[in-house]
Design a protein around this ligand. Structure first.
Ligand code: NAD
Ligand code: DAU
Length: 364
């Protein structure tokens, strides 16, 4: 076994940030297995693509033969599993791909990891880890005064995406208990930061505002999310990998509960400040209320006591500093944004937003 790790989905938003963080900290070699769906983008990884300690493999986590071959060839000390279909709206319009990648894909990886572990020495088996990256959406939705999600909160997934992630978490759990696979699970709240595909709230609002397009807020915009800067999430995953107890789940969150409307208004103020000569100023005039997402969860919040007390992880970035860094990143990385907002992205925007106009009203 080597000091290397196998990352799945490392060309996506969080996986890409994780690969950059891991290599930036010189934590060991990385093999990145990614199918390069619409959400995967090698432009995120141009700064590391020629490093001798980085290998990219385009492939599907559902391809058991490929996964087994990669494990046998590269002999990683850990698998860090990010690959997933991740967008709730897409799961509502087309759930099949979510079941395939998130459930079958995770099953395939768990089975391949079992077979690989059997080839390791006893010492190596003690060191090997499978870290399954999951979401707070598996816990369902909270009322305004409910306590935040803890690791003991019962699962109650509400969207096809959340149900598929919940299923994958249960597989991970079963593989620890039945086969003694050394699995760790992290359940994280909403991430934001550089390299996020502009189908998600924050980058969608930034890119739309810069183009003078409407900023579509679903329903009343009072849904609450617990926002975490992506680099803090990457650090949490590295810390859990190093110090987490086998079979345990760790909730990861930013302690930054904000309503969607508050987030979008803050973004608009930041853009007013950072793009003072914009012809769309004040950007808040672009805010538009549109028809809600079906089954929309009202509130997520994470109780991160366990990861803080056991592992010593806390977020370093405040929402204000993280959001400012994020807006500045989108302003200075226009080539990356242009690369992902071409043909098929425009089709997605039309597909997801054209039917929502019946509730359109200009808020400001
Ligand atoms: P993303 O959609 O940006 O990236 C997913 C990546 O997985 C892409 O590079 C894509 O090409 C790859 N992929 C998809 N299907 C694949 C397959 N079958 N085989 C190999 N690669 C495949 O997702 P993200 O936002 O970076 O999320 C990463 C993980 O973190 C997911 O498991 C997600 O559920 C979880 N998560 C995300 C958030 C968030 O706020 N974005 C929060 C908590 C947890
Ligand atoms: O909580 C963790 C989850 O966060 C991750 O598991 C998911 O992969 C990730 O996509 C994210 O899910 P959300 O559904 O919370 O994220 P999204 O960015 O799609 O939406 C955030 C909130 O903003 C949500 O309440 C819906 C709302 N929204 C979103 C979009 C895209 C709008 O009001 N308008 C929009 O156009």
């Amino acid at each position: 076994m080597t000091n290397g790790i196998l990352v799945t989905g490392g060309a996506g938003f969080i996986g890409g940030n994780f690969v950059l963080h891991w290599l930036g900290e010189e934590l060991g070699p990385v093999v990145n297995l990614d199918k390069l769906t619409y959400a995967g983008n090698l432009q995120t990884l141009v700064t590391v693509q020629h490093r001798p300690d980085y290998t990219f493999v385009q492939g599907d986590i559902c391809d058991g033969e490929l996964v087994s071959r990669l494990l046998a060839e590269h002999k990683p000390r850990a698998i860090v599993h990010f690959a997933a279909e991740s967008h709730v709206d897409r799961s509502i319009l087309g759930p099949e791909a979510f079941l395939k990648t998130n459930i079958d894909g995770t099953f395939t990886l768990l089975q391949a990891a079992r077979a690989y572990m059997a080839t390791l020495s006893e010492e190596e088996q003690k060191e090997f880890r499978f870290l399954h990256v999951s979401t707070d959406e598996v816990y369902g939705t909270l009322e305004p005064n409910d306590p935040a999600f803890a690791e003991t909160t019962a699962y109650a997934p509400n969207s096809p995406y959340a149900a598929s992630k919940a299923a994958s978490d249960f597989l991970a759990r079963a593989w620890v208990h039945t086969y003694k696979l050394p699995v760790l699970v992290t359940n994280c709240s909403n991430n934001y930061g550089p390299y996020q595909f502009p189908e998600k709230l924050i980058p969608l609002m930034i890119t739309h505002a810069l183009a003078g397009k409407p900023l579509p807020i679903y329903g009343d915009g009072m849904q609450v999310r617990d926002w975490l800067f992506v680099v803090d999430h990457c650090k949490a995953i590295a810390a859990v990998l190093a110090k987490g107890r086998i079979g345990e789940t760790y909730n990861v969150g930013g302690c930054n509960q904000r309503s969607n409307r508050e987030v979008v208004e803050t973004l608009c103020s930041l853009l007013d400040e950072l793009v003072p000569d914009s012809k769309y100023k004040p950007h808040a005039q672009l805010i538009t209320s549109v028809k809600d997402r079906p089954g929309h969860d009202r509130r997520y919040a994470i109780d991160a006591y366990k990861i803080e007390s056991e592992i010593g992880w806390t977020p370093e970035e405040s929402f204000e500093t993280g959001l400012r860094k994020t807006v500045e990143w989108y302003l200075t990385n226009k080539a990356w944004v242009d690369g992902v907002t071409s043909g098929s992205y425009q089709q997605w925007v039309t597909q997801n937003y054209s039917g929502r106009n019946d509730r359109t009203e200009v808020v400001k």
